[in-house]
Design a protein around this ligand. Structure first.
Ligand SMILES: [Zn+2]
Length: 186
């Protein structure tokens, strides 16, 4: 990590704490992060269904990296239908901010990324907790856990970002994060 990245991360974490203490909306920490257009943003995923792994730099000096986005779209695809949909870039930025907030290089362990209509309908029949108009259908949501971080800590870090919806599923051991309206449930 470069000195510049380290400095911006410290600043980010400090702002993040301030934001969560003050309850401001939206998070000044996120806004501060997005104002910088220098550096690189890296994300790591482990898809628990397919056992695929990916570490990739998806953003460099203000530009998204198309090849990296394709790799991310693929690992977060609907594996049941083998259907790929471009993941909303705001979700990737939110995940990057979450990674900074959690101060970890661990891969996000992915339970669910994009879901096709067919898969979402199937999951709805099998479980009560699946929404009809889930943001997974728009590739704007992800269900995840983070190795080495308590689930409640991941939830709190996501809530502090105020970047969208955060759902807490302790029995299934995952947190849902999306870039829809700011809201929370468990
Ligand atoms: Zn979800």
């Amino acid at each position: 990590m470069t000195e510049e990245n380290t400095l911006s991360r410290r600043r980010f974490v400090r702002l993040g704490l301030f934001a969560s203490a003050a309850g401001l909306l939206p998070s000044p920490a996120l806004a501060a992060l997005w104002r910088t257009d220098k550096g690189a943003r890296k994300l790591s995923f482990h898809n628990l269904h397919t056992d695929e792994n990916l570490t990739t730099v998806y953003w460099v000096d203000g530009k998204y990296v198309p090849g990296a986005l394709s790799e991310i779209n693929y690992i977060l695809r609907d594996f049941r239908q083998n259907e790929v949909k471009p993941i909303d870039a705001r979700l990737l930025d939110l995940l990057y901010a979450l990674r900074l907030n959690l101060d970890t290089n661990a891969s996000f362990q992915v339970i669910s990324g994009y879901r096709s209509p067919l898969t979402n309908a199937m999951l709805r029949r099998a479980s009560e907790g699946v929404a009809a108009h889930s943001l997974h259908l728009k590739a704007q949501a992800i269900d995840l856990r983070v190795p080495g971080r308590e689930l409640s800590v991941v939830r709190d870090a996501a809530l502090a970002l105020r970047g969208g919806g955060v759902g807490y599923y302790p029995r299934s051991d995952f947190v849902h994060v999306d870039v829809g309206r700011i809201r929370t449930w468990s």
